[in-house]
Design a protein around this ligand. Sequence first.
Ligand code: SF4
Ligand code: SF4
Length: 294
Amino acid sequence: MNKFEPTILAFCCNYCAYAAADIAGVSRMQYPTNVRIVRLPCSGKVDITYILRGFESGADGVIVCACLKGGCHFVEGNLFAENRIKLTKDILEAIGIGGERLDMYFISSAMASKFVEVVKEVTEKLRKLGPALPKKIQLTKQDPEASKRIFLYNMIKNLALRRPENVITVPEGLEEFGKIEFNPSKCIGCKKCEEICPEKAIDSIRELDLSAILKTSMDQTDERSTKRQRLYETLTKIARKSPSKPISIPEGFEGFYKMQYDPKKCVFCEKCRDVCLEKTINSVKELDLYAITA
Ligand code: SF4
Ligand code: SF4
């Protein structure tokens, strides 16, 4: 039986890791031929879509090789990359490919032998793990009209070997990902959040979702007990059964709306949270892949 030979994609920054790989080549140091090097101006250029595209294209593992911490030519590029790698590892774990297939290394231009060691080590690990995907898959097509974020989520869906179950915590310092939560028992349906959202990620629906409202515990510390909150508290007390479906709101009845949120479109700018006078909206540093890939 033929021994499985993995394909490794290595994103190397121009100033350190790529120079180290170059010196290793010029010095005729021996290392496995499994690695395909992509030179980048800085490791901070590595995007989650680049890594996932690598897996879609048949890579069994991806490594990102950056400058030593404190030695980045662009000051903090390697630290930004480190945060993205943490999130991407969690995404790969959640969709069943496995976070261990992605790693980051900090290698200076003088560390050619470290580069060689890394390639040998990763090749050996991936030989044991086997192929990343059971069969070849089609590349996700990018719609020029759609945002990069939608492209990323479609790619995650294309690669997923299993449905993600748990939400993923977004690492500190990674500003562009998170999710928005609404407290329906506080919302007065003013629609300010919908109007300000630049991505049209919020929609107002003429519905009263009593099931969600009764499940939301009332904030007892809030001194501003509104008539609306008292109404919901009373409903909670007298409810003899849990409402199973939302109630349609009749035309001309302006006070009640349900705010529906699309996590695929949200860029986590937090403008909706800032504009909500009722403090109904909370921003959470979590990525809900279950909702995004549904
Ligand atoms: S801004 Fe706040 S109160 Fe107004 S509709 Fe949005 S969530 Fe509800
Ligand atoms: S965080 Fe920004 S993009 Fe997301 S729902 Fe709120 S306003 Fe829209």
